[in-house]
Design a protein around this ligand. Structure first.
Ligand code: PMM
Length: 311
């Protein structure tokens, strides 16, 4: 498929400065009870500027192809583009901070300049600070602040929305950490609750935290399905909005086959959004946007029927 390489229209305010929408701030306002209107589950488009990510490794290493793909996802309706420079596929080795900055900063800068909301997928405070200073709106840390002791303090200062994913160890060894004493959903809820408590103790505002069960991270397929099928328990336990990242992951490929992976992902997105997830992180934006729109209507009509029972 050819990507449209033109920048999408950006909002230009009176001073000539491009200003982007702030979808995570809006979602958090609604989730924190500051606005009444229902909020559609956001669609976060994945932009991996890596040679080795699971499904798109190597495709967007060049600046022009990465930026073009970011534009294409924005034009397909992504609410925000998640730029990441470090692969977290099982077994992946870490890269240096300078290599991570070299990969992500030019891409993030171009997308921000085009008025596109951007999040940075990083475990490093230094990358988070550099990204936010050029206009990135959200920090998405798969380690929830565990990998870098400087992350929580940096987020407290930056005062941006923070995605804290459930994580136990770096990718090189995470699949050796798949033992959970007792029920997986309870265990992940407990570990995430401890994480949000320490973030708050370091000065991060509770209201700015989004939690993520960490599908595929130190988990087997049964763990992933249990977490996905019981999202309302997690949001009730944690009192935070939930982001789900199941897109094209190995357990879905095993369940449905590689040829229909985006359809399988979209099915998960519809079910997750219908269960109350507030954001899905996906590779194929169009099919997942359709899925969350279906879920939005589904929820609205279910709520209407509950308010006005006919029998
Ligand atoms: N998964 C990957 C990378 N970043 N971020 C969040 N918040 N949640 C995830 O599940 C997640 C993530 C790895 O998947 P990829 O290699 O397909 O990007």
């Amino acid at each position: 498929m050819r990507h449209d390489t033109r920048a999408p229209a950006a909002t230009v305010d009176g001073t000539g400065v491009r200003s982007a929408r702030r979808p995570f701030d809006d979602m958090l306002t609604v989730s924190n009870g500051g606005a009444q209107q229902p909020h559609r589950c956001l669609v976060m488009g994945v932009l991996n500027v890596t040679p080795d990510s699971f499904s798109d490794g190597g495709r967007y290493l060049r600046l022009d192809s990465a930026v073009a793909h970011g534009y294409a996802m924005a034009q397909a309706g992504a609410d925000i583009i998640d730029v990441g420079g470090e692969s977290t596929r099982p077994g992946a080795q870490r890269i240096s901070v300078s290599e991570e900055l070299r990969r992500v900063i030019p891409v993030a800068r171009e997308l921000v300049a085009a008025g596109i909301p951007v999040s940075i997928d990083t475990m490093r405070a230094e990358v988070a600070v550099a990204s936010v200073s050029l206009g990135v709106q959200v920090v998405n840390d798969v380690s929830g602040g565990l990998a870098d002791p400087a992350m929580a303090g940096a987020i407290a200062e930056l005062a941006v929305p923070f995605v804290a994913m459930h994580w136990r160890a770096h990718s090189a060894i995470m699949q050796q950490r798949t033992h959970y004493a007792g029920d997986i959903v309870t265990a992940v809820g407990d570990e995430l609750a401890r994480r949000t408590d320490s973030l708050v103790a370091a000065g991060v505002q509770f209201d700015r935290i989004v939690v993520d069960p960490g599908i595929g991270f130190a988990k087997d397929a049964a763990h992933n399905w249990a977490l996905l099928s019981r999202l309302p328990e997690l949001s009730a336990r944690l009192q935070r909005p939930i982001l789900v990242g199941a897109s094209r992951k190995r357990f879905l490929r095993r369940a449905t086959g590689a040829a229909v992976l985006d359809a399988a992902t979209a099915s998960v997105s519809a079910l997750a959004a219908a269960a109350g997830a507030k954001c899905v992180r996906v590779h194929d934006v169009a099919s997942n946007l359709a899925a969350v729109r279906v879920a939005e209507n589904w929820r609205a009509h279910a709520a209407r029927a509950a308010d006005h029972p006919t029998h």
